[in-house]
Design a protein around this ligand. Structure first.
Ligand SMILES: [Zn+2]
Length: 117
C-alpha cells in the first residue's frame, strides 16, 4: 500500500468546477487554467456496481467498483473492498487507499480502492 493517493483533479481557476480526469477546457465556463487538487480525507460512496466478466490480469472472480466523493469534492472511481454488494449503501463513508489492483507485464498496477467504514 502507498500512502499517497496518486490521483489529481483539476479545479478551474475561473469558476472552481472540479474535473477528473483532465479536460482541456472547463466543462462549465470553457476556462483553460486549472489548479491541481489532490483528493483529501475520507470519501462518501455515490454509486457502485459489481462486474463479473473481468479482463485478463485480475485474479478475483468479480469486482465491485464504485464512485466516491472525497471531502474536498473530488469524485473518483475505485474498487470497493467488499465480498458482495449486500452491505453497501449509497452515502456510506469509505476509506480510500492506493494499492495494486492488477498485474500487467509482471508488474503491479496501482489504483484507487475504497474500504467501507
Ligand atoms: Zn470553469
Amino acid at each position: 500500500m502507498k500512502d499517497e493517493i496518486a490521483l489529481t483533479a483539476y479545479k478551474c481557476k475561473k469558476c472552481g468546477k472540479l474535473h477528473y480526469p483532465f479536460h482541456d477546457r472547463c466543462l462549465e465556463c470553457r476556462g483553460r487554467e486549472f489548479d491541481k487538487v489532490k483528493p483529501q480525507g475520507n470519501a462518501k460512496l455515490l454509486t457502485y456496481t459489481a462486474i463479473f466478466n473481468l479482463p485478463w490480469g485480475f485474479d478475483q472472480r468479480f469486482l465491485i467498483l464504485g464512485v466516491a466523493e472525497f471531502q474536498n469534492q473530488v469524485k473518483a472511481m475505485g474498487q470497493i473492498k467488499a465480498e458482495s454488494t449486500d452491505k453497501l449503501k449509497v452515502g456510506m463513508p469509505v476509506k480510500p487507499s492506493w494499492e495494486p489492483i492488477r498485474v500487467q507485464n509482471g508488474e503491479d498496477v496501482y489504483g484507487l480502492k475504497f474500504e467501507p467504514m
